[in-house]
Write a protein that binds this ligand. Structure first.
Ligand SMILES: NC(=O)c1ccc[n+]([C@@H]2O[C@H](COP(=O)([O-])OP(=O)(O)OC[C@H]3O[C@@H](n4cnc5c(N)ncnc54)[C@H](OP(=O)(O)O)[C@@H]3O)[C@@H](O)[C@H]2O)c1
Length: 250
């Protein structure tokens, strides 16, 4: 199977305005790709474009907008999709969630991975393309302080596997891979939840951070995305990412 050879290729990165997505966009541009970065915060995307130059095209949109995925694929013909956008979960135990807060990650993370994976298969992307779906280590162990987050991220992993199986059945040559990073304090989102879980476990925040071990950085996530997108480097349908590196799952 051919691989995504980044120089001169186009990648769509969702959730590019901050956190992992911003680092992924910068990492892909550094590797020679043109990146189309999608998020709602136009100022943050403009700042990133200022930093990355003409190799970065900002698209200010909600990833759940109807027709967005198919439209971006037709317009930019990407060889790589990095489906990273994610809603910020409401940090509360189950009785303090409402259905609206509980389902936030289903309506953004799951819905956009579903729409983009479907559009990638229907277009289809060219053989040798890759789709990286951002799941989470929480998909394996639950996340009692973030409502439906863990279940949503498990479903992201399932959608990636289903789409990968369809690609194989139809000999499309599109690689679908799920990435499951461990909770990290490296982004504002992760830091909120590290502190929430410290409170949940009744330990002080420094002790909890020590227990978690070395936090993975956004740049390590970006390197991992580039690595798993390469058909030559990665063969598993999903990878767990910790500070020790990537570990194949399933
Ligand atoms: N941090 C962690 O510890 C951790 C661990 C495992 C997995 N993850 C996953 O990794 C991904 C990135 O996490 P992060 O820590 O970098 O989060 P973050 O800093 O909160 O960034 C989330 C990104 O998603 C975008 N986004 C959210 N809702 C959107 C929408 N409706 N339409 C378009 N863009 C939207 C945000 O942009 P706008 O607000 O500008 O739209 C932002 O760019 C998420 O899927 C998260 O669940 C994070």
């Amino acid at each position: 199977m051919p691989s995504v050879n980044l120089p001169g290729r186009t990648a769509v990165v969702t959730g590019a305005s901050r956190g992992f997505g911003r680092a992924i966009a910068a990492g892909l541009v550094a590797a020679g790709a043109h990146v189309v970065g999608v998020a709602r915060d136009g100022d943050a995307l403009a700042e990133l474009q200022h930093e990355l130059g003409t190799s970065f095209t900002p698209v200010v949109a909600d990833v759940t907008d109807d027709g967005l995925a198919a439209g971006l694929i037709v317009e930019h013909r990407p060889q790589l999709l990095v489906l990273n956008a994610g809603a910020e979960p409401h940090p509360a135990t189950i009785q303090d969630q409402t259905w609206a807060t509980f389902s936030a990650n289903w309506n953004v993370d799951v819905r956009h991975v579903f729409e983009f994976a479907r559009a990638a298969l229907l277009a289809p992307l060219e053989a040798g393309s890759a789709v990286v779906c951002m799941s989470s280590g929480a998909a394996r162990q639950g996340s009692p302080m973030s409502g439906g987050y863990a279940g949503a991220k498990a479903t992201v992993q399932f959608i990636s596997a289903y789409a990968g199986a369809e690609s194989e059945r139809r000999a499309l040559g599109i690689r679908f891979v799920a990435l499951l990073p461990k909770l990290t304090s490296a982004t504002a989102l992760g830091s909120t939840f590290v502190d929430s879980y410290a409170d949940y476990d009744h330990v002080d925040r420094d002790t909890f951070r020590e227990r978690l071990g070395e936090p993975i950085t956004a740049e390590q996530v970006a390197d991992a995305v580039i690595r798993v997108a390469d058909h030559g480097n990665s063969v598993a349908p999903a990878y767990l990412l910790t500070s020790d590196g990537l570990a194949a799952i399933g």
